[in-house]
Ligand binder design. Sequence first.
Ligand code: ATR
Length: 273
Amino acid sequence: KSLYGVIGSPIAHSMSPLIHNDAFLQKGVDAYYHAFHVDPEELETAVAGMRALGVNGFNVTIPHKEAIIPLLDRVEDAALQIGAVNTVVNRNGELIGYNTDGRGFVEALKEVVKLKDKHVLIIGAGGAARAIFYTLALEEGVQIDICNRTVSKAEDLIKEFSLERIARSITVDQAAREIQRYDVVVQTTSVGMHPKINDIPLPLKSIKHHAVFSDIIYNPIETKLLQEAKSIGAITQNGIHMFAYQAALAFEIWTGKFPDTVRMKKLVEEHLG
Ligand code: ATR
């Protein structure tokens, strides 16, 4: 049996074992996936343990996505640029890091909208926004406005990737006033996450006809932002979609097989619902 897992803290409520173990069964891969609680001061020892035990691959979650980079033998360029690794594969003793968060988000988004010539608003400029911005702007060439409570963080993000040509930073107030300009709105902040389920990152009055609202939060399954957007005509997508795709892409890196994302989403929905 091959062994896979996820390291993080907290980790007890991770749904990754559920979907990966099911995908192993579905795809006929003789493997097992386990959630390992690893505190920051144990990260280095944990990675050494993964090596010593010959673990075949693992996911990396909060708070280790940045700190693990110098502990790996090689990191793919996109993950280096994003500055975060969420997937590690052990190839003949060499630990190689990848980031499937940004690509996972974009693959999920493409299920509901064609991105060509669309105007995108990203709400937030933290770690999750970074991976999504990198992939949407640099790999897909999409025009993006970023709004964030702390505007300077959005400005820094754009400058760091030298994307002033296709991206600009705006205030949350400005984004709220001009919300009807956007075809796609991507919510990446923690606003609206359990237990503060009634919080909303910006007020919605009018929106563009057939606008797509995608929120990376999956607990609650439908944030207040998505509920309000839906009630005024938006097509909405919750965070389960990105979660399933980032997992599916990690699974593909490990096994060469692409799992059934519809099944993954259903399992997560059942678990949360
Ligand atoms: P993650 O890795 O999940 O993206 P993060 O890097 O801490 O987490 O980023 C959190 C994001 O949520 C940031 O955009 C943050 O805004 P600031 O940069 O201004 O801190 C945003 N955020 C968190 N709490 C918020 C709140 N109460 N109101 C508005 N934005 C908030």
